[in-house]
Design a protein around this ligand. Structure first.
Ligand SMILES: NC(=O)c1ccc[n+]([C@@H]2O[C@H](COP(=O)([O-])OP(=O)(O)OC[C@H]3O[C@@H](n4cnc5c(N)ncnc54)[C@H](OP(=O)(O)O)[C@@H]3O)[C@@H](O)[C@H]2O)c1
Length: 302
């Protein structure tokens, strides 16, 4: 039976995923949001592979626990930078610290992500999910680009989502002032915006030795959404979780994107874990992408 293109992602989700035996010894890998779920499992894979990790996290206690655990288990270095990615000022501070203290960065993994069922605004006045999932990763990447360019061959990985298929991006109403906020679409909007900028980054980085790709990490058991109300948490914990895989599969997929020699020159692609995939049409609109790029620059103060 021929599967319609728009549903291919369901098939890809069930495919045997690629793995790599390549090691990352001494390679400097910056990963955001490594205290839970996908980011934590990815950090574990990277540490196991010998990488020198820099974890950018908002919770000092959780970050210290991850550092202690990974350093003890894998005898590699794990540095911690504290930053709340809902504040653009803290994204800038984290990037400036990295620029001042890390002369070389091999891999940047923008993993921090949230899902809110209710609309809130950050202190910068931006809808929170858009600010955290897209704008923070956009700004962080832009600020670190000079270092990635000095560190070639280097790789940037944006942790995206099949949730981009939910739609929701309206560049004339990024803050949902004119529409009733819907959590799935708010999440979708942030992931579409991120994907559209991945194609723009990839074009600008062509031939430089810096690659950028987007990875959907699979549908996995994590803490995402657990900041929402009681009923959402109940639904998540007792119903949704039955259908989800262990986040270790995400860690392995992202490790593949970071380490596999066959990924060294691949750029500007969307991966369903490790399988290249065509995103939804609305996330391939390059004219819209240029507008999103310009708006993101303005909002991020670039
Ligand atoms: N889980 C899935 O099935 C799934 C599917 C598709 C895509 N994804 C994507 O995978 C990525 C990771 O999500 P996850 O599922 O692993 O969720 P998670 O378990 O909630 O982990 C999210 C990570 O981001 C951090 N974080 C959240 N808000 C932050 C902020 N304002 N500043 C700094 N750090 C912040 C969290 O820190 P704390 O530990 O302090 O909360 C945590 O380390 C996201 O980009 C998400 O969209 C997940």
């Amino acid at each position: 039976m021929k599967i319609p293109g728009e549903l291919q992602f369901m098939v890809n989700a069930r495919m045997v995923q690629k793995t790599t035996a390549a090691r990352m010894d001494g390679r400097v890998c910056v990963i955001t949001g490594a205290t839970s779920g996908v980011g934590y499992k990815t950090a574990k894979c990277l540490a196991q592979g010998g990488a020198h990790l820099v974890i950018v996290c908002r919770n000092q206690q959780k970050a210290a626990a991850v550092k202690q655990e990974l350093e003890a288990a894998f005898h590699t270095q794990v540095d911690v930078i504290l930053a709340d990615f809902s504040r653009l000022s803290e994204v800038r501070k984290a990037a400036n610290f990295l620029l001042a203290n890390y002369p070389h960065i091999d891999v940047l993994i923008n993993n921090v992500g949230i899902h809110n069922t209710r609309r809130t605004l950050t202190e910068d006045g931006i809808e929170t999910v858009f600010a955290v999932n897209h704008l923070a990763s956009f700004l962080f990447t832009r600020l670190l680009l000079p270092r990635m360019l000095e560190s070639t061959p280097s790789r940037i990985i944006q942790i995206n989502s099949e949730g981009h298929r939910f739609g929701g991006l309206d560049i004339n109403d990024l803050n949902w002032d004119k529409r009733r906020y819907k959590g799935l679409q708010g999440y979708g909007a942030s992931k579409i915006a991120q994907l559209l900028t991945v194609w723009e980054f990839a074009d600008r980085l062509k031939g430089t030795g810096v690659t950028i790709n987007a990875v959907h990490p699979g549908e996995v058991k994590t803490n995402i959404g657990m900041n929402n109300g009681f009923f959402y948490r109940l639904y998540n914990r007792y119903i949704i979780r039955w259908f989800l895989k262990d986040a270790a599969t995400s860690g392995s997929a992202i490790y593949y994107a970071a380490a596999a020699p066959e990924m060294a020159e691949v750029s500007g692609e969307f991966f369903n874990q490790t399988i290249p995939e065509k995103p939804a049409a609305h996330a391939l609109d390059r004219k819209l992408g240029k507008k999103v790029w310009a708006i993101s620059e303005k909002l991020a103060g670039l």
